[in-house]
Write a protein that binds this ligand. Sequence first.
Ligand SMILES: NC(=O)c1ccc[n+]([C@@H]2O[C@H](COP(=O)([O-])OP(=O)(O)OC[C@H]3O[C@@H](n4cnc5c(N)ncnc54)[C@H](O)[C@@H]3O)[C@@H](O)[C@H]2O)c1
Ligand SMILES: [Zn+2]
Length: 401
Amino acid sequence: MRGEWRFHSAGEIIFGRGTVRRTGEAVRRLGARRVLLITDPTLVAAGLHQPVEQSLAEAGVTVDRFEGGQAKPTVEAVLACVAAMGQGQYEALVALGGGSNIDLAKGAAVVLRHGGSPADYFGENRVPGPILPVVAVSTTAGTGSEVSGAAVLADLAHHRRGSILSNYVRPQVAIYDPLMTVSCPPKVTADAGIDALSHAVEAYMVVDSVTEAGGEDPASPYQGRSPLTDLLAEEAIELIGRYLRRAVYQGGDLEAREGMHLASLLAGLAFSNAGLTAVHALEYPIGVASGCTHGVGNGLMLPYVMEYNLPSCPERLAVVAELLGEEVEGLSVWAAAEQAVEAVHRLKADIGLPLRLRDLGVPETELRRLAEETAQIVRLLRANPRPFDVNSLEELLRRAW
Ligand SMILES: NC(=O)c1ccc[n+]([C@@H]2O[C@H](COP(=O)([O-])OP(=O)(O)OC[C@H]3O[C@@H](n4cnc5c(N)ncnc54)[C@H](O)[C@@H]3O)[C@@H](O)[C@H]2O)c1
Ligand SMILES: [Zn+2]
């Protein structure tokens, strides 16, 4: 473990049932009186915008609504959002939704302050300074975008996806009201929940110094593991083991919804400081090739990457097994670590996630190309505890196929 580490978060985190009513006062604390609410038609149909707008109105905040959010937001959607604002003179953006709407809002907030296209800021630390404040009201239990320094956007014109990675894009306020996640359908719950598990397990496996592993910038949002990210990841893994199945199958189970929302917060704080591994690197090309959701792509690769990494971090994976509720007493560290891999396979099967790459419609002939594309994502691969090259990536994809 390095001697020095730092930790970044959203400016303020508000957690608990009913806390959506705090949105207005949180906006006022930022000094804003005129905001744009960024959301999507599904959430408006579910009425989730109502308590947000009511809270804003009660606090004397003027609000306009942009409903152009979409799953896996694009650069084009961000530009449409910015164009729709016209001369709106908004002092803050309130993002209501899952990772997609929050990332859309972050992209818009960057462009509003610094100009250009969100794609100009893809990569690490390319945002030159603070952005328009974002207040994130989370409606899924998964991505951690409410607290993270990342915004993931598809760039249709260039057939790629990119991430804006900067501590400047962390929201000023993150509101986690578990009641706002109750209407999530089982598939959204499963996808988002496995993404949170992936964040936590990856943050727990990541090398302990990204800089030493070849990172060029010590101010990188991803710093490698620290005692704090380890604690957060451990708690998140335990919560997900206990509550994800319940949240998927009994959507109205408030204890499970609250447990998952907390897990997504803790996992978000963990990964957005420690960093991620090969799972998220593989998800990029798999997501583009198959059109699957972020959660499905990560969930698919997670146990295979854990298995590949086992020789590099058996003790850590043995802890993961225990945290997921596996019976590990009397087992060797290695056998316990293998149980962690099995536990994730079982959890995925239980919540109805695809188990094989072929189930996503990816042809076997594409695997080499996917490996080659993944190998370009050095930022994530360098943080993986066991090194990869194109051949080992291809072999891993073959195992998952
Ligand atoms: N910025 C980050 O740090 C980060 C991290 C991981 C993932 N992501 C990104 O987040 C996106 C995935 O986000 P997500 O998994 O939260 O899902 P999402 O935001 O894409 O939402 C999925 C669908 O569920 C609907 N939905 C959301 N909440 C609902 C609710 N409470 N009730 C009913 N319907 C609801 C949405 O309208 C949408 O149609 C991907 O684009 C991914 O790349 C970002
Ligand atoms: Zn993710």
